[in-house]
Structure formats: C-alpha cells, structure tokens
Design a protein around this ligand. Structure first.
Ligand code: ZN
Length: 421
C-alpha cells in the first residue's frame, strides 16, 4: 500500500527544506519527495495549507507504567502523544518498579513493541533513584537505552556524579538531569515569591536551579561526560548554560511549554494545575528564558508530561503532587508563544521538537529523508482548536478550556495513520 501526500508545506531541518512538495509513503518508509509525484496506484491525501514535518519527538515523559497506571499507561500515553503530533517519546524511570536493571529495560522494550508510537525508556542512574549507588551502567548501556536519568530526584552527591560522568563518557551516553538543590527548598513546586509567602513557605528559589546547573556544567566540562539539563525554568540558568556552551562543554538542555508559556501568577488561577517541579517563575525569568530560546541556547522542547489523577490534584495545594500534562498542547503553545511572536520560525520549531532530539538521543525519526521511516505529522498552523478533554488518563492541564492555534490533522508512525482529526 502506498500513499501520496500532495502539496504540503514540507519542513525538514535535516535537509534544510521548507517548500511545497509531495511526499510518498510506501511500505512504512518515505519513498519519494518531490514536485508533482505520480499518484497512480496510490491513495491520495490532499494537504494544501498544512505543514508536513517529521513526527515530534519528546525526550521527557512520564507514562507511569508499570506501577501508577491509575494516572496513565503506555496505551493512553501513546494516544495523547499521537494527538499532539508525537511519534517518539522517552519515558522516565520513576515507575514501580524503577527501571534499574537490564531486565527492567527489556520488559519495557517488549511492551513498547505493541505501541503505535516509538516508546523508549531511560534507565535510572542510581539504584531506586536514591542517589546513593550507581546502577550497572555498562550492562544497561548494552540494551540500547538513549540516556540515564534520575529525573525527579536531583543528584546531591557530587563525587558520585563525577564517577557517573566518567563512566557514561566511555559508554557514549548522556545523563539527563533534574536540577534543583534540595538543600535550598522547603517545599517544591512553588517559586520563592509572593504566592509562596502567602502560603507561609520559602518554596524553590531560582537559586536552587542555578546552583545545580553551575555545578553540573562545570563537571561536564571537566570530565567530558555529556549532560542534558532537563526542564530549564529560569533565564539565569539558561545564561549559565550559554556560557559553558561557549567553552564547548558537552551540554544540551530542554525547556517545557509550560515554562515558556506561563508565569508563577498562574498559580492564582489554576492552583495545583500550575504546580510542577521546577516551578513556574517570574515574568523576568520567563522573558530571559524566551530570549535564550530565540538565541539558540535551548536544544529541545520537551513536555515533562506528568499525569496525575484529579483526586490527587484536588488535594490542598501544598499536598497535591507536582506535574502537568503536556503532549497534546506542546505544538500549539510553541506556535502561540514562540513562532507567532517572531522568536523562532517553523524550521527552528521542528528542529527543537523533532530533528535535534532524535539526532542527539539516536532515536528513529526526526527526518523526512527518502528511505527513512514514515514518522510524520501534518498540522494546520492557522487553524484554532479547543482543548476540552485530554486523551490521557488524567486531566491535569491548566490549558484545558483554552482555544489554541495550530491543529494536528494527521500523525503517521512507521507509515501507519495513528491519529486523524
Ligand atoms: Zn524532572
């Protein structure tokens, strides 16, 4: 079976392409790319007005499976991903059991085979994410994992982290890091500021991020071990990363759509639906972060998709868990807050959301080169849609009820249609 997608605006940073063309899918692969392809014998999809790009790649999600499937599972997570235009995601290791061993990774990979999208998992860097003892990194590297991460748990022990970097450098794998110094935080999820003061807490100051980022950039530079700084929340931390990048330190970094779309003021309107780690920051920090997206300091947009049940999120705000959904709204929020205001163009957007993360973590996808797997998304950048309900098992998004620009119409993975509006 083959399909010719006609007259789409094809954007593919891997080929420097932004042009109206046809694209042919055959046997799950991209078979041809060009003007006026012969559609004879193929199905036809008329795509005038739509952008066709490599399927989006999210290097930071929590599908909660196994262990917390009341919040999300591999199936519902994949459904939300496909709706958002994603064809590949990297799941974090904070499941039950934690992804500690080769067997844990293999069990995940076996189940991932069944998924309509490409599911990857990191392995925990330290046993049970406790930050005390390194897992068998050498054995885990053999399973084909894209990275190690204790996401959710900052690594306090500097000596242990240095040892980890020296070992992962030899393995050629990066460590993805959640950067918040726990010693400076009394309650996570709230920036230190007026809202935290009203709650009678100090919260998680920008300093807690800045300090860890500075330490870890320094160690990456010193050891040559590669790191990915996750969900950067402050402009100050971005500034540090820019400085170390200038010294050619092996560092990349992620920003979430919520950190570039919202400020800590959102806590007033959305309560616990605006609570996450690291927290939303002030307008000043957000603006500086946006500036670093425009300047190219930021490498990936990653969602930190973190489902929680309404029952959990409805607890008093200090007790409610941190984290919000992200997969279905990421593209729209990036269009609304990055492309429309002129900070970046669509090519950069696709680079940040697909090509660059796929290449860095050596995942399938991220390109429309002939012969590549047909992992792609078609969206209308001008069409608006109303985000009324999530396909995730949870509904913890402050963006529910919003009218958003940029509507996904089709998502294909391995040449198969996995989402259609
Ligand atoms: Zn995290």
């Amino acid at each position: 079976m083959s399909l010719v997608i006609q007259s789409a605006r094809i954007i593919d940073p891997s080929q420097g392409l932004d042009q109206v063309l046809d694209l042919k899918i055959e046997d799950g692969k991209i078979a041809a790319l060009g003007e006026n392809l012969d559609p004879q014998g193929s199905d036809i999809l008329e795509a005038q007005g739509l952008i066709l790009a490599p399927g989006l790649v999210d290097v930071h999600v929590h599908f909660r499976d196994p262990g917390f499937t009341q919040k999300e599972d591999l199936e519902t997570g994949a459904r939300a991903a496909a709706r958002g235009g994603y064809t590949a995601v990297i799941c974090m290791a904070n499941t039950q059991p934690v992804i500690n061993t080769v067997e844990d990774v293999k069990a995940f990979q076996a189940r991932a085979q069944e998924s309509p999208i490409r599911l990857y998992t990191v392995a925990a860097l330290t046993k049970d994410l406790k930050g005390r003892e390194l897992n068998d990194l050498e054995a885990l590297a053999q399973t084909g994992i894209p990275a190690f991460s204790d996401d959710g748990f900052p690594l306090k022990d500097k000596g242990l982290f240095r040892e980890a970097l020296l070992r992962t450098k030899k393995l050629g794998l990066p460590i993805s890091l959640h950067e918040e110094d726990p010693d400076l935080i009394d309650r996570p999820g709230f920036d230190s500021g007026p809202f935290a003061r009203d709650l009678g807490i100090q919260g998680a100051p920008v300093e807690s991020e800045v300090r860890m980022v500075e330490r870890d950039c320094q160690l990456a530079l010193e050891t040559g071990g590669a790191i990915d700084i996750q969900h950067l929340s402050s402009g100050q931390a971005a500034k540090i990363i820019a400085r170390y990048k200038e010294m050619s330190a092996p560092i990349v970094c992620e920003v979430t759509p919520h950190h570039f779309s919202l400020t800590r003021e959102a806590l007033k309107d959305h309560g616990s639906l605006a609570k996450m780690n690291p927290p939303l920051r002030s307008q000043v920090e957000k603006d500086l972060l946006l500036d670093h997206i425009a300047r190219g300091t930021i490498d990936f947009i990653a969602t930190d998709h973190a489902p929680h049940t309404m029952e959990e999120k409805n607890k008093p705000i200090l007790e409610a868990p941190s984290g919000i959904l992200g997969l279905e709204t990421a593209l729209s929020l990036a269009i609304k807050n990055l492309v429309k205001p002129g900070l970046i163009d669509y090519s950069r957007l696709i680079d940040l959301m697909s090509t660059k993360p796929a290449r860095y973590f050596r995942l399938e996808g991220g390109t429309l080169k002939v012969g590549s797997p047909a992992d792609l998304v078609l969206f209308d950048p001008e069409a608006t849609w109303s985000y009324d309900h999530s396909l995730s098992k949870s509904q913890n998004s402050p963006f529910l009820g919003n009218l958003l620009p940029g509507k996904v119409f089709y998502t294909f993975c391995r040449g198969k249609l996995i989402f259609k509006e």
